[in-house]
Design a protein around this ligand. Structure first.
Ligand code: PGA
Length: 265
């Protein structure tokens, strides 16, 4: 199964408008003339989306720039109205947003987003034809208590409740062990591959083997230029969701380069 790997920069609460402009200037000049068998995605904070869209979707933007997809880091599960501080999927559509990260472990842990809320966000995103990057993953305590599979199964089953086969085909899953996020500790490629294979097996139970075989599953958690190739060489790993190492153009590019050269083209 030839799944196109997807490398997504999750900038979290970094990179305002001028930093976004600086990043793109450097990143696009490094990207010029290069082609990878990979999809490149950038998820800036909400306030920088318009700048990203202006640059990447300008009629004079290069082919490499046009090919970069824009993502949001979150969306509201509501359409409009009295939800102070929230951003709707239709507002995101106006800014050429294509993907939306849903259920990042920081949203779950710090902002208390539940599986039910995340499920509502996935449905809302699909109504607006946005593609969810749905994040799942276990904490260290859960892994050590032998709960890895139970946690992933619950997150998948509850998060994808009543999500159709058709909508699943537009979704990406990001497996991000919480203990590997921003810590410098990466899951070994064997640990990551085992978890990814398990996620795919749960999707096969829920949606059948064909849908499972087509689904892209990204790994996230301290991905760096030095570990990208080994992780991406695993058969069930189809790209990465990258935080810290995607704040710097050169290191984001090296991850894409090192990670995509091990994939079938
Ligand atoms: P990290 O973050 O690459 O800084 O570990 C990954 C993520 O949170 O998506």
């Amino acid at each position: 199964m030839n799944r196109k790997p997807i490398f997504a920069a999750n900038w979290k609460m970094n990179m305002g408008v001028s930093a976004t402009e600086d990043f793109l200037k450097s990143f696009l000049s490094k990207l010029q003339g290069q082609s990878f068998h990979a999809e490149i995605v950038i998820a800036p904070p909400f306030v920088s989306l318009a700048k990203l869209a202006d640059i990447l979707r300008s009629p004079s933007a290069s082919n490499e720039a046009q090919a970069i997809q824009i993502a949001a880091q979150n969306c509201s599960e509501h359409d409009a109205g009295a939800y102070t501080g929230e951003v709707s999927v239709l507002m995101l559509r106006e800014l050429f947003v294509h993907y939306v990260i849903i259920g990042h472990s920081e949203r779950r842990a710090i902002y208390g987003e539940t599986d039910a809320t995340l499920n509502a966000k996935i449905h809302k995103a699909r109504e607006a034809n946005l593609k969810p990057i749905f994040c799942i993953g276990e904490t260290l305590a859960q892994r050590e208590a032998g709960q890895l599979e139970a946690i992933l199964r619950t997150q998948l089953t509850a998060g994808l409740k009543e999500v159709s086969d058709k909508d699943l085909a537009e979704l990406v899953i990001a497996y991000e062990p919480v203990w590997a996020i921003g810590t410098g500790v990466t899951a070994t490629s064997a640990q990551a591959q085992d978890a990814h294979a398990f996620v795919r097996s749960v999707i096969a139970e829920l949606y059948g083997p064909d849908s499972a075989a087509k689904l892209r599953i990204q790994y996230g958690g301290s991905v760096k230029p030095g570990n990208a190739a080994e992780l991406m060489a695993c058969p069930d790993i189809d790209g990465a969701l990258i935080g810290g190492a995607a704040l710097e153009p050169q290191s984001f590019l090296e991850i894409i380069r090192n990670g995509s050269c091990t994939q079938d083209s």
